[in-house]
Design a protein around this ligand. Structure first.
Ligand SMILES: [Zn+2]
Length: 271
C-alpha cells in the first residue's frame, strides 16, 4: 500500500512537473506575443508620459496649447514607408482638407518618386527619415541605424534642399534602439518620434473600415501621433479619419523642428 502510495505520489510529482513545464512554455509564448505587440503596448505606455510627465511650459507648438480658454487637441498624421505610388493620392486628400502631415520615408524609394517628394515639401509637409533598408538586423543588431538615417538625410537634402533631423525608427524605437544607439542618434543630432496611436493599417488590406475604427477609437488625448502607412486601405481611410477626428475636436499639425517635443517609447529626452 505504502509502495503504491509512493509510486502514486511520484506519478503526481511527475504530472505536476509536466504541468509546470507546460505552464512555463505557455508563459514564454505569452511573453513573446506580448513582445510582438510591443508597438501597441509601448504606445499605451507612452500615453501616460504624454498626459502626465510633460513638463509645464516645455510645449512650444506653433500655436498655444491653450487657446481661447480651452485646451487644444492636436493630432499629427504620420505616413511611413514611402514614397510610394500612393503618396500623390495622400497629398491630394491632405490638400483638399488644408492639412499638413509628416512622412517618414525610406531612402531607396526617394529617387523613384522624386516628383512626389518635391511636391510634398513644397506643400509644407515634413520629409522625415525612415532608414535605407528597413531591416531590423542591420539597423539594430548590427547597429547601422545612424549610418542609414544619415544616408536618407543626404538623399532628402539632395532632392528637396532641406536638411531634416527627425527619424522614425522602423518597427518603433523599442526594443531595438538600445542606450548605446540612442546616444549615437543624439550625438548625430537626430531625433526620434514613435507614435501614440497605431492604426495597424499594414495588416488590414481591403479593410479601411477597421483602419478608421482603430484610429478614431484610440484618439482620446490632447495630443496624438498617428501611425499610418502609404497603403491603399490607408488612402481609403484617410478622409473619414480626418472627418471623424475633426468631429472629436482635433486640429491637424505638421512636425516642426523648431518646436520639437520628445515622443519616444524610451522617454529619452535627448531624442
Ligand atoms: Zn516602416
Amino acid at each position: 500500500m505504502r509502495g503504491l502510495q509512493r509510486s502514486n505520489r511520484k506519478k503526481t510529482k511527475r504530472r505536476l512537473l509536466a504541468v509546470g513545464v507546460i505552464a512555463a512554455i505557455a508563459i514564454s509564448a505569452a511573453l513573446w506575443s506580448s513582445l510582438q505587440s510591443a508597438k501597441a503596448a509601448s504606445g499605451r505606455v507612452n500615453t501616460v508620459f504624454l498626459a502626465g510627465e510633460q513638463p509645464q511650459g516645455e510645449l512650444k507648438m506653433s500655436a498655444p496649447e491653450r487657446y481661447g480658454g480651452h485646451v487644444r487637441k492636436v493630432v499629427y498624421l504620420t505616413f511611413d514607408d514611402g514614397p510610394s505610388p500612393y503618396q500623390e493620392k495622400i497629398l491630394d486628400i491632405l490638400e483638399q482638407n488644408s492639412i499638413k502631415a509628416t512622412f517618414f520615408m525610406i531612402g531607396t524609394n526617394i529617387p523613384v518618386y522624386e516628383k512626389s517628394v518635391k511636391r510634398l515639401v513644397k506643400a509644407g509637409h515634413y520629409p522625415g527619415l525612415h532608414s535605407m533598408t528597413h531591416n531590423y538586423k542591420k539597423l539594430y543588431t548590427e547597429g547601422q541605424i545612424v549610418a542609414e538615417m544619415q544616408q536618407v538625410q543626404g538623399i532628402v537634402q539632395q532632392v528637396t534642399g532641406m536638411q531634416v533631423h527627425l527619424t522614425r525608427c522602423p518597427y518603433g524605437s523599442m526594443p531595438g534602439l538600445t542606450e548605446a544607439l540612442r546616444k549615437q542618434m543624439a550625438d548625430a543630432g537626430l531625433r526620434e518620434w514613435d507614435w501614440t496611436v497605431d492604426s495597424l493599417d499594414w495588416k488590414l488590406p481591403g479593410n479601411p473600415g477597421a483602419v478608421i475604427q482603430n484610429v478614431v477609437a484610440a484618439s482620446t488625448r490632447n495630443r496624438e501621433v498617428i501611425l499610418l502607412h502609404e497603403k491603399p486601405q490607408s488612402v481609403q481611410a484617410l478622409q473619414p479619419i480626418i472627418d471623424e477626428l475633426r468631429k472629436k475636436g482635433y486640429e491637424f499639425e505638421v512636425y516642426d523642428e523648431a518646436a520639437h517635443v520628445p515622443i519616444n517609447f524610451w522617454h529619452d529626452e535627448r531624442l
